[in-house]
Design a binder for this molecule. Sequence first.
Ligand SMILES: Nc1nc2[nH]cnc2c(=O)[nH]1
Ligand SMILES: [Zn+2]
Length: 476
Amino acid sequence: MTLSKPDKNQVFLGTFIHSKSLGELEYLHNTAVCVDASGKIVAIETNCNQQKAVETLYARLGWSLDNVSVTLTRDGRQFFFPGFVDTHVHAPQYPNIGIFGKSTLLDWLNTYTFPMEASLSSIPKARRVYTQCIRQTLAHGTTTAAYYATIDVDATNLLADLCYSMGQRAFIGRVCMDHLGPDYYIDESADQALAATRATIEHIRRLDSNFELVSPILTPRFAPACSVETMRGLSELQKQTQLPMQTHISENMDEIELVKKIFPNSKSYADVYDTYGILNEKMILAHAIHLTEEEADLIAERNSKVAHCPVSNSALSSGVARVRWLLDKGIQVGLGTDMSGGYSPSILEAARHAKLVSNHLVMPGGQLDNLWQEERDKAKLSVDEVLYLATRGGAQVVGLADKIGAFEVGMQWDAQLIDLNAVPAEIAEDDFTTHGNVDIFGWEKWDERIAKWVFNGDSRNTKKVWVRGRLVHQQT
Ligand SMILES: Nc1nc2[nH]cnc2c(=O)[nH]1
Ligand SMILES: [Zn+2]
């Protein structure tokens, strides 16, 4: 597939749906969104059609007809939606998705994960795996991903190169782990882990000097795998570079016990990160399932963010994160696939799962089943809310809330065109042509169409995907 360069101004016309706030999607019909050649949204006009766009908008923007490309939605079945943000994903684990048996975190890491990650020091293998991971996540509408790579610098740099050339907005983390790992997959020392991290930062600086599309992200794997010197060193490096950081927290009970054993003087798991200077507003914490009240308050105070990974949390039997509780504390939350703890490259799958596991919390036998009815209802997430987490919430988590996650003037055109299957009024018996699982009969209200998409949609519904105005995926 040849990808079109955003060398033209573009107009997108029709139906746009995005999050206005946590609990409310906004539906904009008969709307024009104008995107300049740099990929920035420069005008949004409601009550507009193609003719009106040409007559008024082009004149206002100083655009001429021959230098604008136009994309329209088809009535009732198509809409533009902001690109998804995957706030937590391990690219080298992509070949393992779906392979986890009955394992839980610590044995899963040793059995499946570390061997696969170590094997990606082979550059041809890394190229194959990373290319397919990026293709699949783009095809599922993920326009921004916060990636963990591996300890290998060359393969990590390759992931950055591929995201850049394939057009996915990405944060690339060279993984630091100098403690407790297997002999075949461990950093020799804190100094070596930090030097390797700096090498990747320099590589990405050469690739994309202002980190506009691809940015490094500091990546201590998790407390059990990092020496105190590594965490302190990354804290210093962050002060120098202002880069974001990502790690795991409180995912699994055995992991939490391990952290207690390694750091007997720390008050809690969150306190370990706080003590070594890495719990701050640039930190993305994945999972955050079994946090105590004090830990959640500390995370809120430090303004650290949470990547909620419900598919992974179910697959590895880790537990159910209390998203409403985190949000009520003012913590910003996004969604992560956490491949291959999670079995799916789809943030839509993560959104649907986020909704379902929030129900599990309050079912009989669930963690919060002793609450009053009103509070039980409140703990459940709505369709609008999980779509917020998938877009605007994710944008907040990766520090790009002013750039992506919605359709607003000044933001980037990071978007997907969604197409649902319109069932014809007259169905011929011998003619079963369909694309995807979402059948629209025509009588559904728009919020019902969206609910049907969330629960039955998949990549077949993702017709086109753009990042910074550039077409980075289209169905053939
Ligand atoms: N889900 C998950 N948790 C982790 N904790 C430390 N490393 C990992 C990982 O690769 N995946
Ligand atoms: Zn993870």
